[in-house]
Design a protein around this ligand. Structure first.
Ligand code: AHR
Length: 659
């Protein structure tokens, strides 16, 4: 009889599609009156690096590639074009002594009345939107007077003109000319023609096209949809400009912040280190215009309410590449750059660098509180150099917190040496990186439980679950990775007294122009989407609260028992809520009963769920919201929260509590 009933139940379940349920309800205890740690406002932030066309071709909204002819191949991105009956020639000239930062320009000799000139291919084309205004600008000079005009045409993939304007260069000296027009069509892969009409010769440089619709409508600014995605994360900090890009493959191509401020025409373009890094993803046309430079980074951080965290080169080129070192007795200019950067960010307008900041339009300080010395460095050579920076910076600016690197891995000899040494040096903040398998993230939810509470703070500066292998081109931003990051992050949150900052890396990737995957936000020339990992980061940031309280199962933190990972916080500043995060990494539905002590809850809360039944599922340009947060109300009875967790789900509960 018993066997018969069981069989019947199995048939009924199958027929009606009842989901499998783990009947054993777990009772979790939350002690809302026992604050374990305060959560820093900086806790969840952003790591920015110009990798995967994140900067040029990405968030920096310039549409023209190689606008100043400074790529190694001066005409890369450009092609000669002739209207019917036209003829002419293009010469690349170098006025090195006159302008060492932007030496090259072109001389266009037109030998007929018909249009002769060049066409620019953009960054995998140019993303153009119908009815939007575009601003064209160019530096030109006409050594000999001639009746010339420049006809500017945006063309779509079929070669039809979708926007045009005319510029009349007349000056014998270099002069900037500007014109704008409205696009008549949307096109993801437009190109830009610059045609000289009339016989004669003209010199051209800094050929540029920007949408008017940039972030905050700033001329020459940033792509609005991409910055909006960052703003929507309400990030606690913005780390910039990287990443390995800080170091350079060799010292010559390291990041030098002073070369990235002021007139864009004088910001010396250099190769992007990701240009040649991966043979499997060659990017020969990847350079750094520095149109997005240090002033813009500080401004961006301010715009999105993030604390700025610049990382400076410490006299070491990338240790995965050339390993070039500046001799210790020649580090002076590097240390000075760091000191000047602090003055640039915080100094009064009467200081040399504070004055420069004011001249760039920002008299108010940027309120810099921390700075990274070196990116992913290691070995005694790093320590030796770090000490010199630390001494000089803290002698002048004792309040600035310094971030020091613990190398590229979260364990092993290199890590242990750095960790031990920096702790002995009583360093401020240690930067740990983990690009690891999803399983590693689940196994490491307790990583910080036993860290020294009195030692340096931890910055989980770069992390991302790798679905195949570290930086494999087959890695996917799938739900398994995102879910394991969500589970791991309960451990960051539970240990918020030690871990004060965390950021996923890398941030952006162009769907055609990437070198490294996975990445948080993907985009093409017109659209962008957040990965499931993006929503995990966003949900943590928007629901971080102010204080951590214990959430336990049988008196233990929830770090994988029954496949669940959890943390609880209070928002004691604004909303007076209890916030519970619980990740069910199992493939079956589970029920949880939260017994909340030390406070009284209101009878209704909200439940936000990020979930997919398929661990391999991803978001994409066509399905940007395949996995995204879904919010519902949650009824609460008798000061207990009963939750049914879907399989493979990240659940966030918010409920008001008594003040
Ligand atoms: O995030 C990509 C790279 O990974 C960073 O540039 C570097 O710091 C790390 O090795």
């Amino acid at each position: 009889m018993k066997r018969y009933l069981l069989m019947l139940w199995a048939i009924v379940s199958y027929t009606f599609g009842y989901s499998q349920s783990n009947s054993a309800e777990k009772i979790y205890t939350i002690d809302a009156d026992k604050i374990k740690a305060h959560i820093q406002p900086t806790m969840y932030g952003i790591f920015f690096e110009d990798i995967n066309m994140a900067g040029d071709g990405g968030v920096y909204a310039e549409l023209v590639k190689n606008r100043s002819f400074e790529f190694s191949a001066p005409l890369m991105g450009w092609k000669e074009i002739k209207e019917q009956g036209a003829d002419g020639s293009i010469l690349v000239l170098n006025r090195g002594q006159e302008n060492p930062y932007n030496p090259r320009f072109i001389e266009v000799n037109s030998k007929s009345a018909a249009g002769y000139g060049l066409i620019n291919e953009g960054f995998h084309g140019m993303g153009i939107k119908k009815n939007n205004r575009y601003h064209f600008s160019i530096l030109a000079k006409q050594p000999e007077t001639a009746e010339l005009s420049l006809q500017i045409e945006l063309v779509n993939k079929s070669g039809q003109v979708i926007g045009k304007t005319t510029v009349l260069p007349s000056s014998k000296a270099w002069k900037k000319y500007s014109a704008s027009f409205i696009a008549t069509e949307t096109e993801a892969e437009a190109t830009l023609k610059v045609l000289v009409k009339g016989k004669g010769s003209v010199d051209l440089d800094m050929i540029s096209l920007f949408p008017q619709d940039t972030w905050k409508q700033r001329p020459g600014g940033l792509r609005a949809d991409l910055v909006q995605k960052l703003a929507d994360m309400k990030p606690g900090f913005l780390r910039f400009p990287g990443g390995c890009i800080v170091e350079g493959r060799e010292l010559d191509t390291r990041y030098q912040w002073k070369r990235t401020i002021g007139d864009v025409a004088n910001r010396r373009m250099i190769v992007n280190r990701w240009n040649t890094e991966f043979a499997h993803r060659p990017s020969p046309d990847y350079f750094q215009s520095f149109g997005l430079g240090f002033f813009e980074y500080f401004q961006l951080a301010e715009d999105i309410g993030a604390s700025p965290l610049p990382i400076i080169n410490c006299g070491m080129a990338c240790q995965f590449n050339s390993c070039e070192l500046v001799p210790v007795n020649q580090l002076g200019p590097y240390v000075q750059d760091a000191l000047d950067l602090i003055e640039f960010a915080n100094g009064s307008v009467n200081t040399t660098w504070g004055k420069k900041r004011a001249q760039l339009g920002h008299p108010k300080p940027f309120n810099l509180k921390m700075m990274g010395v070196g990116n992913e460095q290691w070995g005694p050579q790093y320590i030796e150099r770090y000490k010199l920076f630390e001494k000089a910076i803290h002698a002048k600016y004792p309040q600035i917190k310094l971030v020091s690197s613990l190398g590229p891995n979260p364990d092993g000899e290199v890590f242990d040496y750095l960790d031990k040494t920096f702790r002995e040096l009583t360093a401020d903040i240690l930067d740990e990186h983990y690009y690891r398998a999803p399983e590693w993230f689940l196994q490491n939810a307790k990583r910080y439980d036993n860290y020294d509470r009195k030692g340096p703070k931890i910055f989980a500066g770069e992390y991302a679950a790798q679905s195949v292998a570290i930086a494999s081109p087959d890695n996917k931003n799938n739900w398994q990775c995102a879910m394991s990051e969500a589970a791991f992050m309960t451990g960051l949150e539970r240990n918020a007294d030690v871990v004060t900052m965390a950021s996923y890396a890398p941030l952006f990737a162009h769907v055609q122009g990437w070198q490294w995957t996975p990445d948080l936000i993907w985009f093409d020339n017109l659209q962008s989407f957040g990965t499931p990992n993006y929503y995990v980061q966003q949900l943590y940031s928007l629901n971080k609260g102010t204080d951590v309280v214990p959430l336990t199962l049988n008196n233990e933190a929830v770090t994988g028992q029954d496949g669940c990972f959890a943390s609880a916080t209070l928002d004691n500043n604004n909303t007076h809520e209890l916030i519970i995060k619980i990740v069910n990494t199992g493939k079956v539905e589970k029920t949880a009963d939260f017994s909340v002590k030390g406070t009284t809850m209101s009878s209704e809360g909200t439940l936000t769920v990020l979930q997919s039944d398929d661990l391999n599922s991803v978001n994409s340009i066509n399905e940007p919201l395949a996995i995204c947060p879904k919010k519902n109300t949650l009824v609460i009875k008798d000061n207990r929260i009963k939750l049914t967790m879907k399989p493979y789900s990240f659940n966030i509960i918010r409920v008001s509590i008594a003040k």
